[in-house]
Design a protein around this ligand. Structure first.
Ligand code: ZN
Length: 287
């Protein structure tokens, strides 16, 4: 239509100029002059209408092009602009999940702990080389747990906060392949669950390795470091300063109140009491 309009415009202009001349001629009869005048008015109307129509058409086009530009901006903002926001959120604090919606998840669902409470301190040892494997075996430092253990840990954190403490996590869900790697290095089921037997409760997403922090999130002395494979790490070992023994006792009491049970050989390990979950072997997404 955009190509045809200029031609039509041209035809109408030249036709109307030709008509204008006979109308002025006094030798034509009155009825003929009336017809000529009508035709002239029609042409003048067309002259006025065609450019307007052309403008209207191009106006619509412009609007449509403005709309498509706006659409592009919206879709671009959806994909591009939130990206740095997500990165910033990951670097600082994760958005908190709605607890009611978490409770409605299936029992086997995995929950990212920091989505429940950002005050947990995460020092995922296997996401660094600072562990007994001397190797980084996790791609990122995410703490994933099944729904109930995650909610249990939230309860423990809330109870500890009231007393001026907090929790620092060393390990949570652990894929079975990582368990196999650990077993190659430490084939002792006092310290590493046999992946070819029952595996570890970590593989089910229902165990945690953790310690106490003070109210500002600083790690407290618990007598040995994490993954210390010796009797000093046992709950029954008492040749330790009184405040260390008190902290171990506090951690144990709170964890038991939150639904977890200790094991004899590691003060840092707690398994959720109800742990009828299947073993898992997926790698947590690290977006
Ligand atoms: Zn453990």
């Amino acid at each position: 239509m955009g190509i045809i309009l200029p031609f039509l415009h041209e035809i109408v202009i030249s036709f109307s100029l030709r008509l204008a001349q006979p109308v002025a001629n006094k030798y034509y009869s009155a009825p003929f002059r009336k017809i000529m005048m009508s035709l002239r008015l029609l042409c003048l109307w067309l002259l006025a209408f065609l450019p307007l129509s052309a403008c209207e058409t191009s106006g619509k086009k412009e609007t449509s092009s403005q709309n498509s530009t706006a659409d592009a901006t919206i879709s671009q903002s959806d994909t591009v602009i939130p990206q740095p926001d997500r990165i910033a959120a990951k670097a600082t604090t994760l958005p908190l999940a709605d607890l009611d919606s978490i409770r409605q998840l299936s029992d086997t669902a995995f929950v990212e702990l920091l989505r429940l409470d950002t005050s947990f301190v995460l020092t995922m040892k296997y996401a660094t080389a600072d562990n007994f494997l001397k190797e980084k075996v996790y791609d990122c430092d995410k703490c994933l747990l099944r729904k109930q253990p995650a909610l249990g840990l939230l309860k423990a954190q809330q109870l500890l906060k009231e007393k001026g403490y907090g929790l620092q996590l060393f390990d949570c869900y652990r894929p079975l392949d990582v368990q196999k790697k650990m077993w190659e290095i430490m084939p002792d089921d006092r310290y590493v669950g046999n992946p070819y037997g029952n595996g570890s409760v970590h593989n089910k997403g229902a165990a945690v390795d953790l310690t106490l922090t003070d109210s500002t999130g600083h790690e407290l002395d618990m007598g040995t470091h994490f993954d210390f494979f010796g009797r000093e790490a046992h709950h029954a070992y008492t040749h330790l300063p009184a405040e260390v023994l008190e902290r171990r006792k506090l951690l144990k009491n709170i964890m038991q109140e939150a639904g977890f049970e200790p094991i004899t050989s590691e003060w840092w390990h707690y398994s959720y009491r109800h742990q009828n979950y299947p073993t898992a072997n997926f790698k947590p997404a690290c977006e």
